[in-house]
Design a protein around this ligand. Structure first.
Ligand code: SAH
Length: 259
């Protein structure tokens, strides 16, 4: 029996979209109890500060900078659970969306380390809240897709556009960097070029910015220089917003670029 018995448990905690008070009460409680926290790059400092007694290890993935090897993260979680009772793996937004949760759970499962997932507010719902937009709408918008066009280095490309196009509303993660191509793919897949699009950057933070435009304008290439994470929302719900916006008299926090 050479293998040590793990003593601890790993909690995958959703940190929420950015604002430190958008973490769940359960997530905040676990941070306060944690002995060690492995966190993503974009987690707010005030959120990390909730982990008063924990060693904090950044294993951040940030667009444009080299990311920590996934196998290293997996191994670190297993090793930490052998040494500490409460290990928190803090992930941006909700851990189960585009956050490599499955790989990390598989590694823990293989090492017989117990784990639990604590959900979080995902970027799409934070962006909708930022715009005062309902992602579904009775009678007109019954489906929402969470998609990403991003293909990792070790992944085979897959069709993200067909399921996106089939939904009334689409939330496109990690797509702003290639927005023109994303729009072209959706239009080629049959989505009307006039479909309203909202792009929200830094949803829930003070630095939040947004732009309302159309798929066609996005395809032609509008000036987008997001400094923080940004999400594309497109479809029927955004159409409702665009229509209302066009009739609103007071100035708004976002630019209306609709024709
Ligand atoms: N698990 C996260 C998503 C990770 S993928 C979640 O549930 O939100 C990272 C992508 O999420 C970014 O490229 C961006 O598209 C989106 N994103 C994350 N935080 C955001 C924010 N505050 N505002 C807008 N988009 C955000």
């Amino acid at each position: 029996m050479s293998q040590e018995t793990p003593s601890g448990k790993v909690y995958f905690v959703g940190a929420g979209p950015g604002a430190p008070d958008l973490i769940t009460v359960r997530g905040a409680r676990l941070l306060a109890q944690a002995h060690i926290v492995f966190h993503d790059a974009l987690v707010h400092p005030d959120t990390l500060a909730l982990a008063t007694g924990a060693k904090k290890v950044s294993v951040g993935k940030r667009h444009g900078s080299p990311s920590v090897d996934q196998r290293f993260i997996n191994r670190s979680l297993v090793e930490a659970a052998r040494r500490h009772p409460i290990v928190v793996r803090l992930k941006g937004g909700d851990p189960s969306l585009f956050g490599r949760l499955q790989e990390e759970m598989d590694a823990l499962q293989a090492a017989r380390v117990p784990y639990e997932v604590v959900p979080g507010v995902t970027a799409a719902t934070a962006a909708a809240a930022a715009l005062g937009l309902s992602l579904t709408r009775r009678g007109t918008s019954r489906s929402v897709t969470f998609v990403t066009p991003r293909v990792g280095r070790d992944e085979a490309p897959a069709d993200w556009a067909t399921p996106a196009a089939a939904a009334d509303t689409m939330a496109i993660y990690m797509g702003v960097g290639e927005a023109a191509r994303v729009a072209a793919t959706l239009i080629a897949g049959g989505v009307p070029p006039a479909t309203p699009v909202a792009i929200v950057e830094n949803a829930s933070l003070e630095s939040q910015r947004s732009v309302l435009t159309t798929l066609e304008a996005l395809r032609k290439g509008i000036q987008l220089k997001p400094e923080g994470p940004a999400l594309i929302l497109a479809g029927r719900s955004v159409r409702a917003l665009a229509t209302e916006e066009a009739h609103r008299a007071d100035p708004t926090p976002f630019r209306v670029l609709l024709p």
